[in-house]
Design a binder for this molecule. Structure first.
Ligand code: AMP
Length: 405
């Protein structure tokens, strides 16, 4: 593979896989363009070098072929606005659209693209071949450019035609990660393979079952694992605690005990929340109280970590040199139950200010650092929810492997 920043794109047609799967309202206005903005540095570099860009993406989950609702044509105007003002191009970036991602028109437009011009292809998932990882389809896409750039970390865990299979139609020198993807890969590798100790993983969220694999993998690497959120109560019950009507996966009690046992053997400290903020119903206007997490009265449920737990977690995070955070400590969407997640976000920011490397990933923890205005105060915020989770489960991601091979 080549290193993106060392590559001179002058005279090249770069086929760039991006994640433009943005939310649209009923009138097809983009309601959050974060994913489009995230890939701008990559596009600016290619265009600034004098190369041309052919963009491939999916949008939504079209079931049966083309559907207006999922057309990428709705993004063209905004893409043009975002790209205007690219240095050296006098703000005149032309953006073309091909209403089929393969076929004659796409081929012709791609072949006629000049340096500094952009072609956006129609939704890849209008072809079922995309998600099936069909080789012939990937080869057709591959013919549109002479360099392949993957900047879509969010789909790196999928062996789809445009995210993985296509890479083999380019020589190693002509395939690379874009800047967004490179940032994700470097941060994730730093935490998984080069973490400075003490390394604390903070795992929260609703279900143990979603996070078993990541916890098991982290048991090989972390010095401390903090477990918060709804999943903590399965551990509490497994240890013989009373958890009232808190969230619990009864079929995972044995798994929880095994995780605690493995941690003991590997000398990894698992920190469960000593106390909880409890509520008499799952609602923003519930009555609340605080009690030990293993002595929750009947009819009450733990919806946030309590003040003692917050203090202990803060200490553990404060002495860490590496922090990975996935999943909230409580139902942070409701004001009454956000304090624990907010305090953890602040602890991670404080540790970062003192030199720790911190990586926050997974939809809800990213939403939390954004909600508390702390996204700029952690080392890296990962945009790839599912991909990030699979990476930390220790799986090889097809999108990464295909570029590196
Ligand atoms: P996940 O997608 O598994 O990371 O879970 C995130 C969701 O877990 C958020 O919507 C939280 O509101 C929810 N959550 C966190 N703590 C609790 C809890 N103690 N009880 C119920 N739900 C929770």
């Amino acid at each position: 593979m080549s290193k993106f920043s060392n590559f001179n794109f002058a005279g090249h047609k770069a086929l760039v896989r991006v994640d433009f799967n943005v939310p649209l309202d009923a009138s097809f206005n983009i309601t959050d363009d974060t994913r489009m903005r995230a890939t701008l540095p990559t596009l600016r570099k290619i265009l600034g070098d004098g190369g041309s860009v052919i963009l491939m993406s999916h949008l939504g989950r079209p079931k049966e072929g083309p559907a207006d609702k999922y057309s990428l044509k709705h993004l063209v105007k905004h893409l043009h606005e975002l790209l205007s003002g690219v240095e050296g191009l006098g703000g005149q970036t032309r953006v073309f659209f091909a209403d089929d991602c393969i076929g004659e028109q796409a081929g012709l437009t791609a072949s006629m693209l000049k340096g500094g011009e952009v072609l956006l292809l129609e939704n890849l998932r209008f072809y079922k071949e995309e998600e099936k990882g069909d080789e012939a389809f990937a080869e057709k896409l591959g013919k549109l450019g002479d360099v392949y750039v993957n900047d879509a970390f969010g789909t790196a865990h999928r062996a789809h035609a445009s995210t993985a299979v296509i890479a083999k139609f380019f020589t190693p020198a002509n395939r690379m990660f874009g800047l967004l993807m490179e940032g994700e890969v470097i941060s994730a590798e730093k935490v998984l393979h080069g973490a400075e100790k003490p390394f604390t993983a903070i795992i929260g969220g609703a279900k143990v079952s979603d996070k078993i694999l990541i916890i098991e993998n982290l048991l090989q690497r972390a010095t401390d694992i903090i477990i918060g959120g709804g999943m903590a109560y399965t551990f509490m019950k497994a240890r013989g605690g009373k958890i009232g009507s808190s969230l619990c996966e009864d079929d995972r009690l044995q798994t929880a005990l095994e995780i605690l046992e493995q941690a003991k053997q590997k000398n990894v400290s698992i920190h469960l929340p000593e106390d909880s903020v409890i509520a008499d119903k799952f609602a923003a206007d519930a009555n609340t109280n605080t009690c030990p997490s293993d002595a929750i009265p009947d009819g009450w449920m733990g919806l946030d970590i309590g003040p003692k737990a917050t203090g202990i977690f803060n200490e553990v995070i404060g002495k860490s040199k590496t922090v990975l955070w996935n999943g909230p400590m409580g139902v942070f969407e409701m004001d009454k139950f956000q304090a624990g997640t907010k305090a953890v976000a602040e602890s991670v920011a404080a540790a970062t200010a003192q030199g720790a490397f911190s990586l926050v990933g997974g939809g809800d923890s990213v939403a939390a650092v954004n909600k508390f205005g702390l996204a700029e105060k952690v080392s890296y915020v990962s945009t790839g929810g599912g991909a990030m989770l699979e990476y930390f489960e220790g799986k090889s991601l097809p999108g990464i492997a295909a570029i590196k091979e």
